[in-house]
Ligand binder design. Structure first.
Ligand code: CP
Ligand code: NVA
Length: 307
């Protein structure tokens, strides 16, 4: 694998499959692996410019359980807040840390960070991508259905960072993905183009949520306004209303269709409470699985690549 995980384009299908299998093993064998400490002596920095509950805590717990140390870096408390350049910060942190997990705004920031860092840099969400989320989401699908092959995943709502990463993984793994988004809120056209030119997935776009939901095996959604878009919340609430994942929309999907949401959710906005909490919800294992996937990612980047 590449040094960094900035998006999923650099991963091959075999890399994704290996990480998914390893994450499932970490979950299944959690008792027998409870003393597995391959990362003793390694340190992970977490530089988060946006809020996080799941990603940050699951990365920290994953590293702690594998024996490594974690250092949370609030950018406001570092010299980044006083305009120290990213290229200087990245080189200095590379001297102290073994790996750096970054949540930030533009993809360019994390690309610059990775270009100047000699240690692996992991994208914990940017405005463009959320790669580790989608790796663990596909793990959750495999856990539920035993495979991702042949399944149809529907994305309903905003064509945002999480949607972009779904397009990314669908192109790599060959998933059937159909996205229903309002006309001016489609995913990044460059990412769609790349997926269609270079990928093997079957990726469709529509503005019709019923078309996307029909016969889907998985219904996936996310907030209508992502972090950084707070000023658009009220306008988006009106515009996205037809894209709410509710009982009447889910009725078009297959009977067993799993409901996914990376969380945090806004109940009765993008998803109704009865569907989020309903019998087909996968959101709680989906959240839990992030920790197992992060263990697989840390092991891969900090050990496997040394072998
Ligand atoms: N799904 C997710 O990334 O959640 P957090 O923002 O809490 O990390
Ligand atoms: N699209 C959301 C995902 C949060 C995990 C955001 O960027 O805020």
């Amino acid at each position: 694998m590449e040094k960094d995980i900035l998006n999923l384009w650099d991963l091959k299908k075999s890399d994704c499959n290996r990480l998914i299998e390893r994450a499932l093993t970490f979950k299944r064998d959690r008792k027998s692996l409870s003393k597995y400490r391959p990362l003793v002596g390694k340190s992970m920095g977490l530089l988060f410019e946006k809020a996080s509950t799941r990603t940050r805590i699951s990365f920290e717990t994953a590293m702690n359980q594998l024996g490594g140390a974690t250092i949370y870096l609030n950018p406001k408390d570092t010299q980044l807040s006083r305009n120290e350049p990213i290229k200087d910060t990245a080189r200095v942190l590379s001297g102290y840390l073994d790996i750096l997990v970054v949540r930030t705004y533009s993809q360019k920031i994390i690309e610059d960070m990775a270009a100047w860092a000699s240690i692996p840099v992991i994208n914990a969400l940017t405005d463009s991508y959320h790669p580790c989320q989608i790796l663990s989401d596909v793990m959750t699908i495999v856990e539920k259905f035993d495979t991702y092959e042949g399944l149809t995943v529907a994305w309903i709502g905003d064509g945002n960072n999480v949607a972009n990463s779904w397009i990314n993984i669908s192109a790599i793994l060959g998933l059937n993905l159909i996205l229903a988004c309002p006309e001016n809120y489609m995913p990044d056209p460059e990412i769609i183009k790349k997926a269609r030119n270079e990928g093997c997935g079957n990726i469709k776009l529509t503005t019709d949520p019923v078309q996307a939901a029909t016969n889907a095996d998985v219904i996936n959604t996310d907030v209508w306004a992502s972090m950084g878009q707070e000023s658009q919340i009220e306008a988006r609430k009106k515009l996205f209303k037809p894209y709410q994942v509710n009982a009447s929309l889910v009725a078009h999907a297959k009977k067993h269709a799993a409901i996914m949401h990376c969380l945090p959710a806004h109940r009765d906005e993008e998803i109704t409470d009865d569907i989020l909490e309903g019998p087909n919800t996968l959101v709680w294992p989906q959240a839990e699985n992030k920790m197992f996937m992060h263990k697989a990612v840390l092991e891969e980047l900090l050990i496997e690549s040394d072998r």
